[in-house]
Design a protein. Structure first.
Ligand SMILES: [Fe+2]
Length: 193
């Protein structure tokens, strides 16, 4: 079962920018008492969100390029769905990103894959040893599981409730990804990984 995206796709650039600017205000002093309460500090939270955008893109690239290698229809479709959802996850983090160093989300997402990411390195390893669907699904399960944990940890660390909520929503969606891939794995190989 595929969950619905938890945040509606933005209607237009203006409302999107407004939303980003509101979040920036939140960071940059409109609610100072809340800012001070942030366990991580503003700069750390900004960096964490930027890293999260990157991680979601890394996951998207893994599924996008992995899908091209999948021979089995169902697994390929799952990877294609997940690539699209990772794009939405990245967008949800971009919406709350207060930095101004990523002027275009589209451009950021269209950039070549980050060759330093665990997702990408894992995929390259698989490609070097004759792409194996079973291993690709196992890798996806492993990565989604680790990602869910780190998103929940981050949600617990960030005191700003709006930002924490985005992390929790992504963690839930990431858990659904894990289950989706596990279902494919069971359907194809008849057992749990
Ligand atoms: Fe994700």
């Amino acid at each position: 079962m595929v969950e619905k995206p938890f945040l509606k796709t933005r209607k237009n650039e203006t409302s999107f920018l407004k939303c980003v600017m509101n979040m920036a205000d939140l960071f940059l002093g409109k609610i100072p008492e809340q800012r001070e309460a942030d366990t991580m500090g503003i700069i750390d939270v900004q960096k964490a969100i930027k890293d999260s955008i990157q991680t979601e893109k890394d996951a998207m690239d893994f599924y996008k390029y992995g899908a091209e290698r999948m021979m089995e229809d169902k697994a390929r479709q799952t990877f294609e769905i997940l690539a699209r959802e990772e794009y939405q996850h990245a967008e949800s983090f971009y919406r709350i990103y207060p930095g101004d160093d990523i002027p275009s989300f589209q451009e950021f997402m269209n950039a070549p894959p980050n060759t330093e990411s665990d997702w990408w390195k894992g995929l390259q390893n698989l490609l070097m040893q004759d792409f194996d669907e079973r291993k690709a699904l196992e890798l996806a399960i492993e990565q989604e599981d680790a990602l869910e944990k780190s998103l929940r940890e981050m949600a617990a660390k960030i005191d700003n409730p709006e930002i924490s909520k985005v992390y929790l929503a992504n963690a839930t969606s990431t858990h659904n990804h894990l289950e989706l891939v596990e279902d494919d794995y069971k359907a194809m190989f008849g057992m749990s990984s």
